[in-house]
Design a protein around this ligand. Structure first.
Ligand SMILES: [Zn+2]
Length: 248
């Protein structure tokens, strides 16, 4: 049995698959997800306008690409391969850095992300898949919206006790998970600091904030846009994967 299969198999237990998110936490979660969609979009429009007015410099590419590397590694190498699938092993400090970098990727705290990914894999496009376009009671279009962004706002979430018990036993990762708002703040403060200190100007800080922080956040939503296109293709053609295929 591979590590991935083992982690997903150990997710089988008596605990429920989904647990309800109760108010006021639900309101807070919906507000946070709503802001994480809208604010980066506004920043991505403002960034080229500001740079056009003040003149382009090294700050745009350095902050933008730097944050792309940090958050891209955090999500793909960290959240996905290291934490969700256990595909590689590393030291405690690298695990912490990967969890922090993933949190900076504006895709939710590490336990939330991993729980949903482990639930998704063996149930891809099935009734339990948290973001399947199928199975929506209000039809195909409602299913499409749900699978694209609607599931972020769901009143249910994958049970951490069932899907991420290994990570719940890691107190450092649980602490990093709790500090998610601080890492989101860091994801905009770090490029602002690089731009501001590198040019010793508020203007540089603003450009770093807009390009490395908000525009980068918008780019991290592009997989969601691509995901939407893929979902249209799935809705139009492919039969659902079976569990063995989905695990691969
Ligand atoms: Zn995966």
């Amino acid at each position: 049995m591979t590590m991935t299969e083992e982690l997903i198999t150990t997710a089988v237990s008596d605990l429920p698959v989904y647990i309800p998110v109760r108010a006021p936490r639900l309101r807070l979660q919906r507000l946070a997800f709503g802001l994480s969609v809208v604010v980066p979009a506004i920043g991505a429009v403002a960034a080229p306008i500001v740079s056009w007015r003040v003149g382009f410099s090294w700050v745009e590419p350095v902050t933008f690409l730097g944050m792309l590397v940090i958050t891209g590694l955090g999500i793909e190498a960290g959240y996905h391969r290291l934490f969700a699938h256990g595909s590689w092993k590393t030291t405690r400090s690298i695990r912490v850095l990967m969890a922090i970098a993933g949190n900076m990727g504006v895709q939710g705290p590490v336990l939330y992300w991993v729980a949903h990914h482990r639930l998704h894999h063996p149930n891809s496009d099935g009734a339990l898949d948290p973001h399947s376009p199928h199975h929506h009671p209000d039809g195909a279009f409602a299913g499409f919206v749900h699978s694209h962004v609607g599931w972020f706002f769901s009143a249910n979430r994958a049970s951490p006790g069932r899907f991420v018990r290994d990570l719940l036993n890691d107190r450092t990762i649980v602490a990093v998970n709790r500090l998610n708002p601080a890492w989101l703040l860091l994801s905009v403060a770090l490029p602002a600091a690089v731009g501001g200190l590198g040019t010793w100007s508020l203007q540089g800080a603003l450009v770093g904030f807009l390009w490395g922080g908000l525009t980068m956040g918008m780019v991290l939503s592009i997989p969601l846009l691509l995901f939407g296109i893929v979902l249209i293709a799935i809705a139009l053609s492919r039969p659902p994967l079976n569990a063995a295929q989905a695990v691969q």
